[in-house]
Write a protein that binds this ligand. Sequence first.
Ligand SMILES: [Cu+2]
Length: 216
Amino acid sequence: MQKRLKIAFAVPVTLLLSAGAAAAVSAGNFQADLLPVPHDHVADGGSNVTGHAALRLTGRTLDITLNASGLTPNEPHAMHIHGLTQSKNECPTLAADASTGDPIDPGSFVAGTPDGLVSLGEGAPDYGPIDVSMTVVGDTSPSSGLSLERFLSADANGNLAYHRSVVVPKDVAKNLTNLHIVLHGADLPGDADHSSLSSLFEATLPVACGEITTAR
Ligand SMILES: [Cu+2]
């Protein structure tokens, strides 16, 4: 409830500020420190994904170099730039675990009871919609958000190194510091298999998040 109020008040202020931000240069260096999305460590199997993204913007071309570790090995991980371009967005905290019906471990799931995991849906109010899909080939628009076959897989040690230059929408280029990067996908211990790919909940689970800031 407190968070909803905060967002309601934040919008008008940000709209005023964005009038000044519109004059911002459309070139420069940006970065994001990717830190684990907070989950209960029993529920997420000790997931501890960290990483760093270096972003260089030239016009609408964004050159992205992203390294991450601690990911579920040998599986693709959806990676996106998220957020409402016209307002400052935040990475979710564990308070986002509203547990409205996460389909994990159905044997013990009790609706309305926190399960210790911030699901895709629960995190969405914090990190907003997809702006850019960091695919390896082809389309990078939001519509590729779940095209897992075009996202990079982590190696056998759970490391991932991504580099691609993508053309981003104008409002994304102009508002990068309102946005953040989210990495998805974790095999959870709550089910019998050892893959995140048999469950949309696991494949889309946000595992790391980092707000985009200017870099020198
Ligand atoms: Cu995402």
